[in-house]
Design a protein around this ligand. Structure first.
Ligand SMILES: Cc1cc2nc3c(=O)[nH]c(=O)nc-3n(C[C@H](O)[C@H](O)[C@H](O)COP(=O)(O)O)c2cc1C
Length: 316
């Protein structure tokens, strides 16, 4: 998720969910071609399996960016056809491409021809006035004819004319039924559902209908949900939250030693104790102290201690 997730977040999420497939935030193809690749594409080996999400609409650029992504070790390349941001529309990336299935199919074909790893597509169920069920079927049929066999579908349309990017993640209603029907109409495709999924019960209900489930905001705001879902699906024992924090220490120390700032990592940990006694004390202590330029892991330890005090106060 652009401006939210990054490699540090994925490292943390991997500790919580060893079997999840992790996705990068969208990186535009021109950025991959001309930007600082170490910064944009670098990741830790523990993040596997990890998909690189690309944005763009020029087949040759996307193909080259996909090849570079594969060379960096990504396990999957995903094409973003769902992002509604203005920034993205002006460059003809993201959700506006749902209006141009033939162009998306060309992009897909060029990308898949350039790499051995799977290329997948993330899309919406519709965009603006083009949101009839047949429009979505036509889109899927067109990209499937180009070879695409895996789609992640955000189960709400995007209103590009009139709604802000943020509103476009909440206001158009979720329509899971449309995604379920898509799976029934294209049983040969892998259809993964996204949008508003937050609990184990949500995930298991969706998995009765589709092949996979993608979590966005809940994974970020309440990351321990990832561990709960991992436990439910794979039987992995639930980790202690404090043990997950301890497991971050060597990673944090390496990053700090290389000149990084604690805050870049700790901001992803703020929601770890969400809903638990002391969770607010943890969040406050970490956010008030981690921004200091000299902040080290002791700031995390102090936040753990603040959380325990908060928990004791709650129990008293
Ligand atoms: C801050 C933010 C940034 C996002 N950036 C991306 C992105 O880079 N690529 C993408 O496919 N979706 C992006 N999304 C959309 C989410 O991946 C997801 O499709 C959407 O939030 C609905 O799922 P959720 O209800 O589980 O969050 C972003 C969402 C948010 C809130």
């Amino acid at each position: 998720m652009m401006d939210w997730t990054d490699r540090h977040c994925r490292y943390f999420h991997r500790l919580l969910a060893p079997h999840a497939r992790l996705y990068t935030e969208m990186v535009t193809a021109p950025a991959v071609l001309h930007g600082d690749r170490a910064r944009l594409l670098g990741f830790d080996a523990s993040e596997h399996p990890v998909a690189l999400q690309l944005g763009g609409s020029v087949p040759a650029e996307l193909a080259e960016a996909a090849r570079i992504g594969q060379d960096h070790g990504y396990d999957e390349i995903n094409l973003n056809v769902g992002c509604p941001s203005d920034r993205v529309q002006s460059g003809r990336f993201g959700a506006c491409l749902m209006r141009e299935p033939a162009l998306v199919a060309d992009c897909y074909a060029a990308m898949q021809a350039a790499v051995r790893v799977p290329v997948t597509i993330k899309c919406r169920i519709g965009v603006d006035e083009q949101d009839a069920e047949e429009d979505l079927r036509h889109f899927v049929r067109t990209v499937h004819a180009a070879g695409c066999t895996v789609l992640v579908v955000h189960a709400r349309k995007a209103w590009l004319q009139g709604l802000s990017p943020k509103e476009n993640r909440d206001i158009p209603p979720l329509d899971y039924g449309r995604v379920y029907r898509l799976k029934r109409e294209f049983p040969q495709l892998q259809i993964h559902i996204n949008g508003g999924v937050s609990t184990v019960a949500d995930v298991t209900a969706h998995l009765a209908e589709v092949d996979g489930v993608m979590l966005g905001r809940t994974a970020y705001h309440e990351p321990y949900r990832l561990a709960e879902i991992e436990a439910a699906l794979w039987g992995t024992p639930l980790p202690e939250r404090d043990a997950v924090v301890a497991a971050m220490q060597p990673y944090v120390m390496r990053y700090l030693a290389a000149g990084g700032r604690l805050q870049h990592i700790s901001r992803h940990l703020l929601g770890l104790y969400q809903g638990l006694p002391g969770g607010r004390a943890w969040r406050r202590s970490l956010s008030e102290n981690a921004h200091r330029t000299d902040a080290g892991f002791e700031v995390v330890e102090a936040a753990l201690a603040a959380r325990r005090r908060g928990e004791l106060a709650h129990a008293a």
